[in-house]
Design a protein around this ligand. Structure first.
Ligand SMILES: Nc1ncnc2c1ncn2[C@@H]1O[C@H](COP(=O)(O)OP(=O)(O)OP(=O)(O)O)[C@@H](O)[C@H]1O
Ligand SMILES: [Mg+2]
Length: 362
């Protein structure tokens, strides 16, 4: 093959192909290298290859160069490089020695391919599988502990009725009840989502929200939280009642937790159009509080499983489960929050489409 054709092939290759001297100075740079690393040929020629080396891997390139100089092969391997704009890329590289006509080693050529997308896909798959496995495990554990849980609840109830229980015994009993409630909460969070087998029915969203709220009346009073409600009539949708109720219950509980020194909890239900793309009819639910707010850095993590700032009382599953439920109903959930002193608070908005989505066949 003649030199010109070879050069043309190198130039048009999808892979990044570059060559360098034994000292690491770049001597050729094809279009693929321009695309992969973001430097033009003019910018790259004459520079040292360490240009592409991320600061956290300072020994990577020197090691490759010293191996080459001593005549060793550099095996095909995967590593990280840094682009001109500072972003990291995962690449698969192979480095081969280049000899002159007399057979002297004069440099090396490198062929690199971007495998970032593949790495991301692998990582996502790993996370998803882990999550699915965790979910299944959680559901089966929750299922298994529900019966003994109920038995213990009944036993504690009987114990409380026992007149021979002294003051100290009552105190211990209170602690036991609190801890039991926590176990029951964890079990409900996990089991509720994974094991609901009822089928979707026509539900009134405002009534569902009202009934979720009623459970917290006592807590609201104790915390000095004022509840403001605004329902529109005719807010009906096709949904799994128990799951939607769980979403509302989670959001209300979070708002209450965020207002330890009181505040206002605002609940609104209205007929709405999907404010994302506008052509689906449905219901909008707003749950807002004047609580502590959520710091910007934490907002992106809210819906991740096990993310919690409530060390002793939270499982960090509430929002993750809620989002999963809403998505299953082909709706979406959004959050706005501010931590500005005096004006802090959080607004969760949920859109639920009116018609029965096919995917809600339980
Ligand atoms: N209304 C809110 N105001 C302030 N922070 C909130 C609010 N809602 C959620 N958060 C933050 O998001 C985190 C995650 O919420 P999530 O409901 O998923 O878990 P959790 O409430 O910590 O535990 P649980 O699983 O028991 O609900 C909370 O720990 C809290 O830091
Ligand atoms: Mg919660």
């Amino acid at each position: 093959m003649n030199q010109a054709r070879l050069a043309a092939i190198v130039q048009s290759s999808d892979d990044a192909i570059l060559s360098k001297t034994l000292d690491g100075i770049i001597t050729s740079w094809n279009k693929g290298a321009e695309r992969l690393y973001g430097y033009t040929e003019a910018e790259a020629l004459g520079k040292h290859v360490s240009l592409l080396s991320p600061p956290e891997l300072p020994n990577d390139i020197p090691m490759i160069m010293s191996k080459l100089r001593s005549g060793d092969q550099v095996q095909h391997h995967e590593t990280t490089r840094i682009r001109k704009d500072g972003t990291r890329i995962e690449i698969s590289v192979s480095v081969s020695p280049v000899h002159d006509l007399a057979g002297n080693l004069i440099g090396a050529s490198t062929i690199a391919r971007d495998i970032t997308a593949r790495k991301v896909a692998e990582e996502t798959l790993r996370k998803t599988e882990k999550l699915a496995a965790t979910g299944r495990l959680a559901a089966s554990i929750a299922h298994e502990i529900n019966n003994p849980l109920e038995a213990v609840t009944n036993l504690l109830y009987l114990l409380r009725k026992n007149p021979s229980l002294d003051e100290k015994g009552r105190k211990h009993l209170s602690f036991a009840e609190q801890e039991l409630e926590r176990v029951a909460h964890i079990s409900k969070q996990t089991l509720g989502f994974y094991r609901q087998v009822s089928s979707p029915s026509r539900i009134d969203v405002a009534r569902t929200l009202e009934s979720a709220l009623s459970v917290y009346t006592h807590k609201l009073e104790g915390r000095n939280i004022r509840a403001e409600t605004k329902w529109e009539s005719g807010t009906e949708i096709q949904a799994l009642a128990g799951e939607i109720r769980q979403v509302f219950s989670n959001l209300i509980a979070n708002s209450i937790d965020a207002m330890p020194r009181g505040g206002t909890l605002t609940l609104k239900v209205s007929k709405s159009h999907d404010w994302g793309n506008g052509n689906r009819r449905g219901v909008r639910v707003v749950i807002a509080d004047t609580g502590s707010g959520i710091a910007p850095a934490q907002q992106s993590k809210l819906f991740e499983p096990f993310f919690t700032t409530k060390r002793d009382v939270g499982t960090g599953l509430g929002l993750w489960v809620s989002k999963s439920i809403v998505q299953k109903h082909e709706g979406f959930i959004q959050v706005r929050s501010s931590v500005r002193p005096g004006k802090s608070g959080t607004v969760f908005s949920v859109f639920l489409p009116e018609s029965k989505p096919a995917s809600v066949a339980a």
